[in-house]
Design a protein around this ligand. Structure first.
Ligand code: C5P
Length: 222
């Protein structure tokens, strides 16, 4: 059996969250969605009426917010100051603002500290995000970087949101590209594969295929 940490990084729309949950379930591991933490921080910023582009205001707001996420793969717990925001963090308003909020170094320092504490408490765990293998857990047992062709990612996201209109899918693809460019080019902890990461391309694989591959890698990493 696998013991340790699996990091799962990569751009949006690769099926990362479903894969991470699936892998955690198969390994009997805990699961930490760090994107949910940046999204929760974004809810705090929006609710405070702070402009997401105002880095000082963002840093101050997030420093004063209590952000809680669960580490159980079967249930999603996300709270800001005790209020359940699990549904809201997936909304368009939060998705539009999250990259700006997560580019603020003070926000990252605070959430990375919290992520390391959650991981230490969880033991064997699958952690998904953008900088987990590079920054948060550089000594992780297994590092995976999940990618997929941009069209495949837009199609997947559209299916998730129940969108069929071609023009909306094109818009979605542009949105994914914009967020990934922003995440990859920011100064603090940009999105990129860790040196030792194993790159898994999910373009031609279904979710089960990706889960099988990652579980096999974890089992041979012990
Ligand atoms: O994975 P998800 O789409 O929920 O992440 C939302 C946003 O949070 C990303 O686009 C990125 O800006 C930020 N993020 C980050 N570092 C992480 C996880 C997410 O900067 N480890």
């Amino acid at each position: 059996t696998f013991r340790g940490q699996v990091t799962l990084d990569g751009p949006s729309g690769t099926g990362k969250s479903s894969v991470a949950r699936g892998v955690a379930a198969r390994l009997g591991a805990a699961y930490l969605d760090t994107g949910a933490m940046y999204r929760a921080a974004t809810v705090a910023v929006l609710d405070a009426g702070v402009d997401p582009a105002d880095a000082d205001g963002v840093a101050r707001t997030v420093a004063g917010a209590r952000i809680e996420v669960g580490t159980d793969a079967a249930t999603e717990t996300v709270r800001v100051d005790g209020v359940d925001v699990a549904a809201r963090i997936r909304g368009a308003e939060v998705t539009r603002a999250v990259s700006a909020v997560s580019a603020v170094p003070a926000v990252r320092r605070r959430l990375v500290d919290q992520q390391r504490a959650l991981v230490a408490a969880a033991g064997t765990v699958v952690v998904e995000g953008r900088d987990i293998g590079t920054v948060v857990l550089p000594d992780a047992t297994l590092k995976i970087y999940l990618t997929a062709a941009p069209e495949a990612r837009a199609q997947r996201r559209a299916a998730q949101l129940g969108i069929r209109e071609q023009s909306e899918i094109v818009e979605l693809a542009a949105d994914l590209r914009r967020r990934d460019e922003f995440d990859s080019s920011r100064a603090d902890s940009p999105l990129r594969p860790a040196a030792e990461a194993i790159v898994v391309d999910s373009t031609e694989l279904d979710q089960q295929g990706v889960v099988d591959r990652v579980v096999a890698l974890a089992e041979s990493a012990v």
